[in-house]
Design a protein around this ligand. Structure first.
Ligand SMILES: [Zn+2]
Length: 313
């Protein structure tokens, strides 16, 4: 009996050592790839400063993830309660939360959460850092998306800072011990933007969203307070007086949105061709681009292609 146990223990120790020393063995990165490409369902959490930011920056790729059965959660770090020219306060916060829920339904994503922080007043406090860490842990995220910290809007910047601050803390066992730490650090990525200073956005992964672009537009059209009414910079003249005027306004907004998103694919065309090949890469009309943050888990180029699954569709 003792001998049998000895042999068993020896085997359990020796076999993995042999496997580890075998040439051409499956590396950690390769096994991640195998895991992602087979049956693993990814868990993605996207942070935007305002209800509509996640939808604008990652609505397309999220619709693709959702269609493939991956779990996506959008979090707005403020309630957007100053983002309209004719309503404000709790009424507007409630309205924008409803709009965000409708957009999530349109994209087919799992969850949409609007945090009750005032629009324009988000601060990178310890309390907010803990909130973000808990949300990432509770979602058991594999991928975390957010704004870069040189974005124009203070809420965007501080959302970026808060998520950066969480990029290590989500794994620290005694920080917020009420929610179990993540055993594996997620991959953190930034949304694309056009800001150049101190450093321009560098695309690590660019995803074709042509197949789901209409769905993305439908989701954005749910934010009537922002697009139909013009948000904080809107005016009386934008309000439709009847159904016919509303239809015209909706068509104009949709066209305007198309124009807003068109430059992304052209701007990152080189990367699209590198990722999709010459033929397909040249034809892509709409895309979403992301840059990997240096603080979370670092994914290889091959793993990024597996994590953003529109390749080979
Ligand atoms: Zn915003």
């Amino acid at each position: 009996m003792k001998k049998a146990i000895f042999v068993l223990v020896s085997l359990t120790l020796i076999v993995p050592m042999l496997i580890l020393s075998m040439p051409g063995r499956v590396s950690a990165v390769d096994s991640d790839l195998a895991e992602v490409s087979s049956t693993k369902k990814l868990r993605i959490i996207a942070f935007g400063a305002h209800p509509d930011d996640c939808e604008e920056k990652a609505g397309g790729v999220s619709a693709i993830w959702a269609a493939l059965g991956h779990q996506v959660k959008f979090v707005s770090t403020t309630n957007g309660d100053i983002g309209n020219w004719r309503t404000t306060g709790a009424l507007l916060a409630q309205r924008r939360t409803t709009e965000a829920r409708q957009a999530a339904k349109t994209l087919g994503i799992e969850s949409s959460l609007v945090l009750d922080n005032h629009d324009g007043e988000l601060m990178p406090t310890l309390e907010n850092r803990k909130k973000i860490v808990r949300l990432i842990r509770e979602w058991k995220a594999d991928i975390v998306l957010t704004h870069r910290t040189n974005d124009y809007h203070p809420d965007h910047r501080y959302t970026g800072v808060l998520v950066q601050d969480a990029a290590f803390m989500v794994t620290a066992p005694f920080f917020c011990p009420d929610v179990p730490r993540l055993p594996k650090n997620p991959v953190f990525l930034y949304y694309s933007d056009d800001f150049e200073r101190p450093n321009p956005f560098r695309p690590d992964i660019v995803v074709a969203i042509d197949d789901v672009f209409d769905q993305k537009l439908d989701a954005l059209m749910a934010f009537e307070s922002q697009f139909i009414e013009g948000g904080g910079n809107g005016h009386e003249g934008l309000l439709a007086k009847n159904e016919a005027e509303l239809a015209v306004r909706q068509r104009d907004v949709r066209n305007w949105l198309c124009g807003q998103f068109e430059p992304v694919a052209d701007k990152y065309r080189k990367k699209l061709i590198e990722l999709y090949g010459e033929d397909k890469g040249k034809k892509i009309k709409y895309a979403e681009a992301f840059e990997m943050c240096e603080y979370g888990r670092q994914a290889s180029a091959a793993e990024l292609k597996q994590l953003f699954p529109s390749f080979g569709r």
